[in-house]
Every structure is written in structure tokens, then in C-alpha cells.
Design a protein around this ligand. Sequence first.
Ligand SMILES: *Cc1c(COP(=O)(O)O)cnc(C)c1O
Length: 491
Amino acid sequence: MTDHAPAPVATGPSADEVRAALEALRVHDLPTHGGRTLAYVYDSGLADVDTLGRDALAMYGPTNGLDPTAFPSLLQMENDLVAEAGHLLDAPDGFVGSVTSGGTESVVLAVLAARDGAPHVTTPSMVIPSSAHAAFLKAAHLLGVRAVVVDVDPTTLRADPEAMRAAVDGTTVLLAASAPSYAHGVVDPVAEIAAVAAERGIRCHVDACIGGWVLPHLDDVPSWTFAVDGVTSVSVDLHKYAYAPKGVSLLLHRDAVLRRGHFFASADWPGYTMLNSTLQSTKSGGPLAAAWAVVRHIGRDGYAHLARQARAATLDLAGAAAGIEGLAVVAAPDASLLALTTDASCDVYTVADEMLARGWYVQPQMAFRDLPPTLHLTLSAATAPSVPAFLDDLRAAVAAARAAGPVQVDPALAGMLGSLDAGHLDDATFGRLLAAAGLAGEDGALALPQRMAPVNALLDACPPALREAILLGVLDRLSRPSAPAGTTSAP
Ligand SMILES: *Cc1c(COP(=O)(O)O)cnc(C)c1O
């Protein structure tokens, strides 16, 4: 062997063994396909769409969106996607847009652009409906923009434009509306909210992260796009109803000046001049290329068909669910999301557990202000053919939950929770809480139970700040390095 002979450098298990390990790791994950997971994932039901998305992801995984001149392919695909979204969202001449990593980043950038677009406001705030996605609260936290949260109308669960108007003051830089809201699936009165914004000379962001690729294909939706005067930006996630693999969203602005605040440049260091349109700097071209491929392949008529399929399934499901004893629809759905609640005969957490036992994931949402706890259902096209089977299982799940009765919170635990201070939940106290709740495994690790209803009911009984503190403790305990190599099933 000469010095230059290629040496085998991969010293771990073979590539095939590692691939098998990757497959094996997924056994406890929720299924991403088949339409039985009604949150987190979006399945078109079209096998070639998945294959194409995966191929594009792999093909462009190594590219870097850091510098738009180094990979012109990425810039081209970004501009193509923005153009297609502009068409769907009635964007006027002169509109612009950027591809981001997801809905949260799109919302954060909309808030950043609004903040930096009003430099004369020293303590900026934004007025948002109480149904706005928590991404706005994250933006508030990150960017120092105070969130003024206005209750939605208690019967329609839509934003209340008059109450929002009353909340505007000299510090307001942004009003927000959802199309539709994640939690309840209703579209806010965008025209009225945008009118308030236009009147006051402030911005209005429409968060269409979840609905932006569906609503344009449905009838009878009140105007919510750039067709509405006063709407200055719109966000829409391609990794939701555009059925693209995860990691891609769009933020559109009515004009280039409005966008400028979320661009960033720094020449103030000895390396390359950093020039970013979004929060990420080095970013994989994979999600962008996959979205471009999937959007092109499905096509406008294809999306119209998928949207109507999901919508019809939502209406069928809502109609039938309303007839199930013990269950109620929280608000008539405007798109393809549905929120269900129960009467006092049972609770949503037990229904969720019963559904999981039957192979369906529905997402529990806790009580908030005057709103009851609910089950969130996102219906994608792949769920449509299974609606009758879903309903059979939902009837059985609700019947089982009613037979069991509402889950009871252990009074001793409730007392312990009542004595906790969300601002000072130290690790020792948290450990005692886990132990009392029967959730402490070995070495203080967290051991999640099979049935989540008792835990969820307990969390529901906590005020939001305490729930946040407890869940941050949970996240901290979950996020710990694996045991040393050789002692786990890891490759
Ligand atoms: C999903 C969603 C977001 C956040 O998007 P991520 O992609 O999860 O970051 C924001 N707003 C609405 C209405 C959403 O549905």
C-alpha cells in the first residue's frame, strides 16, 4: 500500500446497518402517512408527491442559501415560489417575499419588519387576538415588542375588531389576524382589522400559515388576502397544506420597503459580509427545492382538488361529531381544521387517549381564559377517505370516556400545584412534583405514562405561567445526552 491509497475511514457500522437503525428509531413516532395523525403532519395521499419531495430534499441537501449568488438555483426557486404565492394571495404589483424555515420564523420576521419599520416608536407593541398563534408571543419575547392580547368574540371565536381598535395606541406597530386560527379553525374579520390598521397608519399581518394554501380554493370565504386594503404582510407555510417536506414557509410583503426591516447585513467583522434575508444564515436548499418540486408537480388544479377534499371531510366530520352524545363542535369550521369539546360527562383528554388506543392522534388543547379545553383536528387530504372509520372510532372513544367519567385531579397533587410559584420552580421542587405525580423514572428521568389524560388534566388545572414552568422542566429533563455509546441501542 502506498501512502496515497484510499484508506477506509468510516469506522462505525455499515451504511445499511445505520439505515436499518434509523428505521428502527421511528417505531414509537406518530405515523406521518395514512391520514391517522390529525396534527403535526400533512399528507396529500399521493405517493409520487412524497417521493418527489424526498428526491428534491436529497438532491439539494448540500446546497447553501447563505449567498444567493453562489447558488442561483435556490434564488430562482425562491422567486418562483414567491410568485406562485403572490398569485394565490392576490398580491399587487410590487409585492415581494422570502422563503423561511417555518411559520414561526415567518411570524417573527413579520414582527421584526414592523418593529424596525417604526424606529420612532421606542417601546413598540402589537395588538393581537387571543386566538393568534403562540409564534406571536415568541416574537414578542425575542424582539421586545409587547403583545397586547385582545379576547376573541366568545361565540364566534373570531377576533373582535372594535376591541382591537380600542387597544391601539401610539406604541402599536402591528395588528394581526389569522386565516384561519390554529386552535379553532376560524378566519378573523381581516377587512375590519386591516381597516383599523390603515386608518392608524400601522401594519396588518395576516397569519395564513396553515390556511394560505387551502382557503384560496374554497368558496364563501370572506376576503383575507392582499385584496384587502391595509393588509401589509401574509405568512403561509408550504410544509403544511402545500404538502412539502418540513422546513419551509413564505412571508410576503405588499412592497419591498415593508420587507426591508427583516433583512440583515454585517460588514463589521473580518470574514465575508454577512447578508441574510431570514434568521438562518447557512441554510439547506433542501426544503426550498422540495417545496418547489412539490408545488410544481401538484399544480394549482391539484391543490384545488386536495383543498376541497380536506374541506368536505372537515364538514362531514363536524356534522357527524355534533351528533355524538357528549361532544360538541366549538365553532363552525371555515377551512379544514376543527375544534371539538365535550360536556361534563367526560373530558377531551380521555377521548384523546381512547382515540390513540384506536390508532388516531388528535391533539388536546387546554382551557384558556373563558374557552374550554378542546381537541384539535387538522384534516389533510389523506384523511378524507377515512372519515367514516374515524367517526366509528370517535363514537366508541367518547362512549368509553363517558363510561369512565371525567378524569379527576388528585386533590393532594392539586394542593401541591397550588402552592407552587411559577417564577421559582427549582429542580428539587420539580423532582418532588414528578414523583408525586408518578412520573419519576430512574435517576430523576421523566417517565411518561401510557395514558396522558391524568397528566393533561393536571396541567389544565394550572394557570398558564405555571404550566409553562412545568413543561419547561419537562423539556429540560427530556433533553439530556444519551447514555454513553455502547450502553444504548444507538448505532
Ligand atoms: C403552524 C402555525 C404557525 C407556526 O408555524 P411552524 O411552522 O410550526 O413554526 C403559525 N401560525 C399558524 C396559524 C399556524 O397554524
